[in-house]
Design a protein. Structure first.
Length: 277
């Protein structure tokens, strides 16, 4: 395990070093072209367009895993570091100034959305998978509603069983008074903004309070109720996390293709204007 971590860190240092040197080379080359009175905007523009095409190919590579063109993990690493480089190239291309003109402003807005969504996606893909792993086995997003329905039925059956047992009837009152809202399904987007840990702690606290009240700290019904609460929490974490891991792509991918199309229009106009003059 330690060897794998060391190898991973060494590879990351190498890639970051390469990225820095390539970035410095781009800035230096752009300054040389400026001194030589060359049309440096054309060079940076075509380089940026070529890089955007390569970045877009990453999505195509994911949809066609059978292609013998590097492994998907290598494409992902290239996509990340090339994305960072594209930010520098875009700044060089516009001269690190506020753009003017409808087309330039549109390009800048699209590029900003793509870049920001990409950074958000990178952050989410780094922090959410470990959180999902800690909640147990990862579930397929489409199957989560079935697990929710099954858990809801089990919980209701447990409550009915408790209501028929005089010594544990308080468990039914606990569910109806405090836990029914915890188990109640809610919109997936709402799970993103809810503090799941706080809601879990509050639900478990209610169960502990009830256990002290009825004087049975190890009541079978309450133990099963506690298990259901943990399972509901794990489903919420899985559902909310997978919603985020999928949701950012619905912004990143469409705007990436929009950026590519508008960039090609920009290149066509620039070349037409150059040929005209």
């Amino acid at each position: 395990m330690a060897v794998q971590v060391t190898t991973f860190m060494r590879r990351r240092v190498v890639l970051i070093t390469i990225l820095i040197f390539v970035g410095i080379a781009c800035v230096f080359f752009n300054e040389v072209l400026s001194v030589l009175l060359k049309a440096n905007a054309y060079y940076s523009g075509f380089t940026l367009l070529f890089l955007l095409l390569l970045l877009t190919l990453f999505n195509a590579r994911k949809k066609l895993p059978f292609l013998p063109v590097l492994r998907a993990s290598h494409w992902l690493q290239f996509h990340i570091y090339a994305g960072f480089l594209s930010v520098l190239l875009f700044g060089i291309h516009i001269g690190f100034r506020i753009p003017d003109g409808i087309l330039e402003i549109s390009l800048s807005i699209l590029f900003g959305i793509v870049t920001l969504s990409g950074f958000i996606g990178l952050y989410l893909t780094r922090i959410l998978p470990p959180i999902m792993t800690r909640t147990g086995e990862s579930l397929t997003y489409e199957l989560i509603p079935k697990f929710e329905t099954r858990l809801h039925r089990e919980t209701l059956a447990l409550v009915r069983e408790a209501e028929n047992t005089s010594e544990a009837s308080a468990a039914g009152d606990l569910y109806l008074t405090h836990l029914s809202t915890f188990f109640k399904p809610c919109p997936t987007w709402l799970l993103v903004f809810r503090n799941s840990r706080k809601r879990l702690a509050r639900a478990l606290e209610q169960i502990d309070n009830m256990a002290r009240f009825i004087g049975e700290e190890k009541s079978q019904v309450l133990e099963e109720m506690r298990s259901c609460v943990h399972r509901r929490h794990n489903l919420n974490v899985q559902k909310g996390s997978q919603f985020l891991l999928r949701g950012w792509l619905f912004i990143h991918i469409p705007f990436t293709y929009s950026l590519l199309i508008v960039s090609m229009v920009h290149v066509w106009i620039a070349l037409s204007y150059s040929s005209f003059h």
